[in-house]
Design a protein around this ligand. Structure first.
Ligand code: SF4
Length: 393
């Protein structure tokens, strides 16, 4: 079961979920499904003595298989799915007279912050759930028959760079309505998308405890059909990445062609503080975007929006400075900040990927063909969206 670990002074506590995950792996009546967030691939090796070059995504997949998970999926896939939903939502939003801006909603630290401190903006959060919640919803619905035929129940585990994801997966209103539809927010009938979240530190501790020799493992693949990913999904792990991925696909949705990637490149924007911004054309429309990370910067941006000093169409916020690469669940190096070098890893993986747009992900295309029909469909809403005004902190 879950337990609590205490820091040496007893001032801080963090929920430790390694015990319940091990119990699930060892239980023959359980089908364990694990997913790993984009930012995990840039940092997991640090806790098991691997360089960033040696800690490849293929070795990460092999390590998860070695721990005994039945299915090993990639949250990058769900990041691509998030972009299909959120990008479509943004294109619809652009044509509407809804108050600006639309805010990203994949960071639970930010969502909690805005609901607590600036609830007047909460209705402008994207209704799209975060990638690991979407993945959990897809797993619980599409693998239900396979698990039942094997006489097992599904148990979804997320390996995340984030402590706030532990809280997010427990929010009842983010659970998914039952297979075949149902209403968004039908809490009484819903099942949790994700059953347990491990931080990267917990994951690394599990690998060391079980004695997995990651350095000697041959590279393996993520399982299909929820394992394919694109470079757009990978850059979700750094500040500006969600915006950039959304713009790549929004441009395609409007024009039918992939954009020039440099036109969407948020790392090329002037690194202003407290936020960075740029204007770019999507079809005939000029879109004003802004990206901020860190809650101090976020508070300043919200104040500027409130006063009218700033005005944007689409805003990405990440609670951790630099985004998930510097998340609260990542390995800690005392007196040394590793976020920027981890972001370099993600940018390299994106640049090397044959597929760099979420709408090109073949497994995402298949999921729409087999189950969801199209972005923002009734089933997509039931599985992948939430009513942001319908739940409070
Ligand atoms: Fe979690 Fe921080 Fe990433 Fe937000 S930015 S999802 S709080 S790790």
């Amino acid at each position: 079961g879950q337990c609590v670990t205490h820091c040496p002074t007893g001032a801080l506590t963090a929920r430790d979920d390694t015990g319940c995950v091990l119990e699930a792996i060892l239980d023959p009546a359980v089908m364990t499904v694990v997913q790993v967030a984009p930012a995990v691939r840039a940092a997991w090796g640090e806790g098991v003595g691997l360089s960033h070059e040696a800690a490849t995504p293929g070795r990460l997949a092999a390590s998860l298989h070695a721990l005994g998970f039945d299915k090993v999926f990639d949250t990058d896939f769900a990041a691509d799915l998030t972009i299909m939903e959120e990008g479509s939502e943004f294109v619809e939003f652009l044509g509407s007279d809804r108050p600006r801006p639309l805010f990203t909603s994949c960071c639970p630290g930010w969502v909690r912050f805005v609901k607590l401190h600036c609830p007047q903006f909460a209705a402008r959060l994207s209704s799209s759930k975060s990638p690991h919640q979407m993945m959990g919803a897809v797993v619980k619905n599409t693998l239900a028959d396979e698990a039942a035929a094997a006489g097992k129940r599904l148990f979804c585990v997320s390996v995340m760079p984030c402590v706030a994801k532990k809280y997010e997966c427990d929010v009842p209103e983010l659970a998914t309505a039952p297979a075949g539809g149902g209403d968004v927010g039908d809490v009484a009938k819903a099942v949790p998308d994700v059953d347990a979240v491990l931080t990267v530190r917990e994951f690394d501790r599990l690998l060391r405890t079980v004695g997995v020799n990651c350095a000697d493992l041959p590279e393996a693949s993520f399982d299909n059909p929820l394992g394919a990913s694109t470079g757009a999904g990978t850059i979700f792990g750094r500040t500006g990445g969600v915006m950039e991925a959304a713009l790549r696909s929004a441009a395609f949705l409007v024009t039918g062609e992939n954009p020039d990637f440099s036109a969407c490149d948020t790392t090329a924007a002037t690194p202003e503080v407290p936020w960075m911004s740029r204007e770019l054309a999507i079809g005939d429309v000029v879109v004003r975007i802004a990206v901020a990370s860190g809650l101090e910067n976020t508070a300043k941006l919200l104040a500027a929006l409130e006063s009218g000093e700033a005005s944007f169409d689409f805003v990405e916020i990440m609670a951790c400075p630099g985004g998930c690469v510097a998340g609260g669940g990542q390995p800690i190096h005392f007196n040394s900040e590793w976020g920027a070098r981890r972001a370099d890893v993600l940018n390299r993986l994106d640049a090397a990927d044959a597929l760099r747009c979420s709408h090109e992900n073949p497994d995402v295309q298949k999921l729409y063909a087999d189950w969801l029909d199209k972005p923002l469909s009734h089933t997509a809403h039931a599985w992948l969206h939430t009513d942001q005004e319908g739940w409070q902190i």
